[in-house]
Design a protein around this ligand. Structure first.
Ligand code: ADP
Ligand code: ASP
Ligand code: MG
Length: 443
C-alpha cells in the first residue's frame, strides 16, 4: 500500500476555514496517514504569521521579564481557530502551559517552535489522530547538526501502528534537552525527515500555489507551472531563492528516492509539480526549467597578472575566508581574475575590512574591488547543456532590458547560469529572462 506523508504550510494552517480544507484533503485519500504542520501563517496580506508573533513574545520577554502582551495575540489566534472549527476542546490550559514554559525556558528557539506545537495539537484533535511531539523524535547533535539515524528510528517507533498521526514541523531537541529550530521555512525539512523515516512512497508538500512555478509569482504574473523537476534543479532553484520549498528539504528524501509533489491546498484538483530523481525524470524539452534570485551578496573581485600560473593562489584566498569563518557561495574566475561571492549576512563592515587586508597580504593582487548589495539570479535547466546559444540569448535579453550584469558564473555542470546584478535590478533581470525563454521566445 502506498504511504503519503503530507506537510501543510502556514497558509494552509492559517485559520479554521483553511484547516477544514486540510482535513478534507487528508480524509479524501486513505494513503495520507502522516501529517506535518507549520504554524498558522498569514490570513490576508498585512497579517502577521504566528511564528513572527512568537519572535515578538521572545523580544518582550527579554525586555520586560514576561510576554503577556505579545502572547495575547497568539492566544487569540488559537482560540479563534478552535472556535471556528467547533472543536469540543478547551485549549486554554494548553495555552497557559505554553506561556508558562516560554517564560521559564527564556529561549528564542523554544518560543518560536510553539506555533507548530500548538497547530499540531489542534490538527490532531481535528483529525482524531495521534499527536507525536517533534521534541521526542527529532534529534540534533552537540554541534547542532540533525541526527538522522536516531531520529528516523524514533519517528518510526512513535508512528508504528498509528493509523493517522500529526507531527509539528520546524523543531527538534538537542542532547541537553533544549528545543532547537531549523532555519525559517524549516517545516519543509521536518516533512522530508518524516517521509524518509517512514519510507513514504511520496512526500506531498501542500502550499498556496499549484506547484513550482518557472519563477516567483510575486515578480512575474502567473508564471508557467513546472510539471517535473529533478532533485538537482530543485536544489539550485530553492537555494537561489525559490522559497516555495526549503532548500535543505531535499536531502532526507533524495537518498531514498522519495518523490516530492508540490500541491495547492486551495486547488487540490490541480496537478502540481513532481520532483524526482534523475532516473525517473522525463525531460520537458525546454531549455530553461526555472529562474530564481536572491539579494544581498558581496562580490570581492581580485585581479593579478599570471594568477593562473601562481600555484596555491586560489587556496590562499579561500584560506583567508576560512579563517574568518565565512562560507563562499561562488568563485567565478578568468585567467587573471577571480571573484569570491559571499552572503552579506555572514559579514559586517569590520570583518570585511579585515578580510580584504588579509587577502592583500596573502596574494598581493594588482587590483581588488568590492561590490556590495548584489543579487544573484540563477537560470536553471538540464536542457541548457544540450542547446547552443542559451547564454547569448540570456545576455542579449538582459542588455535589451537595460540590466547591467556585474558578474557571471556558468557552473561546469551546465545546469545553471548565474548572473550578479544590483539588488534593485533583480526583479527586472528575472522578468527579462522569463520573457525571453517563456514569453514569446523558444524554450
Ligand atoms: P508555505 O507557508 O506553504 O510553506 P511558502 O510561503 O513558504 O508557503 O511558499 C509558497 C510561496 O512561495 C508562494 O506563495 C510564492 O509566493 C513563493 N514562491 C517563490 N518562488 C516561487 C516559485 N518559483 N514557484 C512557486 N512559488 C514561489
Ligand atoms: N513557521 C516557521 C516559519 O515561519 C517554519 C515554517 O513555516 O516552515 O519559518
Ligand atoms: Mg514554506
Amino acid at each position: 500500500m502506498a504511504l503519503k506523508v503530507c506537510k501543510f504550510g502556514g497558509t494552509s494552517m492559517a485559520d479554521g476555514h483553511t484547516m477544514t480544507k486540510v482535513k478534507k484533503i487528508i480524509e479524501s485519500d486513505p494513503d495520507r496517514r502522516f501529517v506535518v504542520v507549520s504554524a498558522p501563517g498569514k490570513r490576508f496580506s498585512g497579517d502577521t504569521k504566528v511564528t513572527d508573533l512568537l519572535y515578538k513574545c521572545h523580544a518582550e520577554l527579554m525586555d520586560h521579564g514576561d510576554c503577556k502582551l505579545a502572547f495575547a495575540d497568539v492566544r487569540r489566534r488559537f482560540e479563534g481557530i478552535v472556535k471556528e472549527l467547533n472543536l469540543d476542546f478547551d485549549i486554554s490550559p494548553v495555552l497557559d502551559d505554553t506561556e508558562r514554559r516560554i517564560e521559564e525556558e527564556r529561549s528564542e528557539e523554544f518560543t518560536a517552535s510553539r506555533g507548530e506545537y500548538l497547530a499540531a495539537v489542534v490538527m490532531a484533535r481535528l483529525l482524531g489522530a495521534k499527536f507525536i511531539d517533534a521534541e521526542d523524535v527529532v534529534f540534533f547533535d552537540e554541534s547542532g547538526a540533525f541526527e538522522s539515524k536516531r531520529s528516523y528510528a524514533a519517528i518510526a517507533a512513535a508512528a508504528e501502528e498509528a493509523p493517522l498521526a500529526v507531527f509539528p514541523g520546524f523543531y527538534g531537541v538537542t542532547p541537553e534537552g533544549r528545543v532547537k529550530t531549523f532555519s525559517r521555512g524549516g517545516s519543509d525539512i521536518s516533512g522530508a525527515i518524516v517521509a524518509r523515516a517512514l519510507g513514504a512512497t511520496v512526500y506531498e508538500n501542500w502550499t498556496d500555489v499549484s506547484g513550482f512555478l518557472a519563477c516567483d509569482p510575486r515578480i512575474v504574473e502567473s508564471p508557467r507551472r513546472i510539471k517535473m523537476l529533478s532533485y538537482k534543479e530543485l536544489r539550485e532553484l530553492s537555494y537561489m531563492g525559490a522559497n516555495v520549498l526549503h532548500s535543505e528539504s531535499i536531502f532526507p528524501v533524495r537518498k531514498a528516492n522519495i518523490p516530492i509533489v508540490i500541491k495547492n491546498t486551495f486547488r487540490p484538483e490541480d496537478d502540481g509539480t513532481s520532483i524526482l530523481p534523475i532516473a525517473q525524470y522525463v525531460p520537458s524539452g525546454n531549455i530553461v526549467t526555472g529562474i530564481a534570485g536572491k539579494k544581498n551578496f558581496i562580490v570581492i573581485f581580485i585581479e593579478k597578472s599570471h594568477m593562473n600560473t601562481e600555484v596555491g593562489f586560489v587556496r590562499k584566498v579561500l584560506s583567508v575566508l576560512e579563517r574568518f569563518e565565512v562560507s563562499v557561495e561562488h568563485i567565478p574566475s578568468g585567467i587573471d581574475t577571480m571573484s569570491v561571492v559571499v552572503d552579506s549576512s555572514h559579514i559586517d563592515n569590520f570583518k570585511l575590512e579585515q578580510i580584504l587586508e588579509s587577502i592583500k597580504e596573502a596574494v598581493e593582487p594588482d587590483f581588488m574591488r568590492v561590490s556590495e548589495n548584489i543579487a544573484l539570479v540563477a537560470t536553471v535547466g538540464h536542457g541548457m547543456s544540450s542547446s547552443v546559444g542559451t547564454s547569448a540569448r540570456l545576455f542579449k535579453a538582459l542588455a535589451d532590458a537595460g540590466v547591467n550584469v556585474k558578474m557571471i558564473d556558468q557552473g561546469s555542470s551546465e545546469l545553471n547560469i548565474i548572473v550578479g546584478v544590483k539588488n534593485e535590478d533583480m526583479e527586472k533581470c528575472i522578468s527579462a529572462i522569463y520573457r525571453e525563454f517563456f514569453g514569446n521566445g523558444r524554450n
